[in-house]
Design a protein around this ligand. Structure first.
Ligand code: PLP
Length: 396
């Protein structure tokens, strides 16, 4: 820098880093904007034209090298056309819905979906003149019956939060294809390790990457994977204008989490199956919901569309609400907290915590009784977790 430049300018303008370097881990590009080589470069990127031989980055709400690495990793895992990462799972869900629905359009959504999504489809979308029909996510015939000429999106979640009910991916995708309707699924509970909805014909796959993809309970994040160019354009437009894009700092942690997804999921799958079997055989447990159990009413369907059964279990204890509260307050290794998909086991009471915004009759229809406990099985020793549950079950 010239010696006659004043201190105010020197503090702001550092010497440019002499790239390239080849770090083994992805750097955090915490830059809101990117240097343009000339005016034409800026004009081309601003009008979404390629800039041959020049950087493709303009402004981080539109795209950022660190968040792009996270998005590409998820895209590989889901075998998508393109993946976008979002600030939260809810940003991914609302961005996806708003990219496709406008006033006068109709949405068919499963009732058994995450509580926040339920609020968006039942309270927010109707405020914008979007009509919504809720159906039982386990019954493809209900989705079919609800279709109207104005239906633009079919929305499902599988396995569904919290009772592990399953939507038939191939049948619902075919319904969408035959009727020219976009099919969208929240695949958070499965993670891309256990299930890839695009392989069954779904058009869009959403994740709360806060959960298994991140895997360490240290970020809030989301992802949207699309199967083609038309959806790519619509989602990109809404994401950059609504602004629910991911921070590069979160993307760094997400990338680090994804690197161990396979080994973590392997352990989540094994631990959860062992715990579900233990709970099913326990006299004080009246009901266990786990896709990997033969007693799961849709176990055959589960085996057709999932490679592993995941780490999420829901169960009911004898003694209803009081017994459920006693259990979640007295476990010692398992921690009382909402959320899921991290390395540590977490337990919560669905009706009063994650699903309190769903009306009681609706909850009960979806199997979310007052005695229902949701357990996110971590990667600790399965024996220690079983011992922890055994000691509390003995006291209730
Ligand atoms: N989808 C599912 C299945 C969830 O469980 C959650 C949160 O718990 C969300 C979406 C929302 O994700 P986030 O909290 O990352 O916004």
């Amino acid at each position: 820098m010239d010696s006659d430049i004043r201190i105010d300018t020197k503090t702001v303008h550092q010497k440019p880093v002499d790239y390239p370097v080849h770090p083994i881990s992805t750097p955090i590009f915490s830059s809101s904007t990117f240097v343009l080589e000339d005016a034409d470069h800026g004009a081309r990127l601003s009008s979404l034209q390629p800039a041959e031989g020049k950087s493709k980055y303009l402004y981080s709400r539109w795209g950022n090298p660190t968040t792009d690495v996270a998005a590409d990793m998820i895209n590989q895992l889901e075998s998508g056309h393109r993946t976008f990462v979002a600030a939260t799972g809810m940003a991914a869900i609302s961005t996806s819905l708003f990219s496709l629905l406008k006033s006068g359009d109709h949405l068919v959504a499963a009732t058994n979906i995450y509580g926040g999504t339920y609020e968006v489809v039942t309270k927010v979308l109707p405020q914008y003149g979007i009509e919504v029909t809720l159906v039982d996510g386990t019954k493809p015939e209900e989705f079919e019956r609800a279709i109207r000429p104005t239906t633009r999106v079919i929305y499902a979640e599988t396995p569904a939060n919290p009772t592990m009910s399953i939507s038939d991916l191939a049948t619902i995708a075919e319904l969408g294809r035959l009727n020219g309707i976009v099919t969208m699924v929240d695949s958070t509970f499965a993670s891309p390790y256990n299930q890839n909805p695009i392989q069954f014909g779904f058009n869009m796959v959403l994740h709360s990457a806060t959960k298994y993809l991140g895997g360490h309970s240290d970020i809030i994040s989301g992802s949207i994977t699309v199967d083609g160019e038309e959806l790519e354009k619509k989602v990109f437009q809404t994401l950059k204008l609504f602004g629910g894009t991911m921070s590069p700092f979160d993307a760094f942690l997400l990338i680090r989490g994804i690197k161990t997804l396979a080994v973590r999921m392997e352990r989540h799958n094994q631990n959860a199956l062992a715990i579900a079997q233990f709970l099913e055989s326990h006299p004080k447990v009246s009901r266990v919901y786990y896709p990997g159990l033969e007693s799961h009413p849709q176990h055959e369907l589960v085996k057709r569309q999932m490679r592993g059964f995941g780490g999420m279990i829901a169960f009911e204890v004898e003694g209803g609400m009081n017994a459920a509260k006693k259990l979640i307050e007295n476990v010692k290794i398992i921690t009382l907290a909402v959320s899921l998909g991290g390395v540590e086991s977490l337990i919560e009471h669905a009706a009063s915590m994650t699903h309190t915004m769903v009306p009681k009759e609706e909850r009960e229809r979806a199997g979310i009784t007052d005695g229902l406990i949701r357990l996110s099985v971590g990667i600790e020793s399965a024996e220690d977790l079983i011992q922890d549950l055994k000691q509390v079950l003995a006291t209730i």
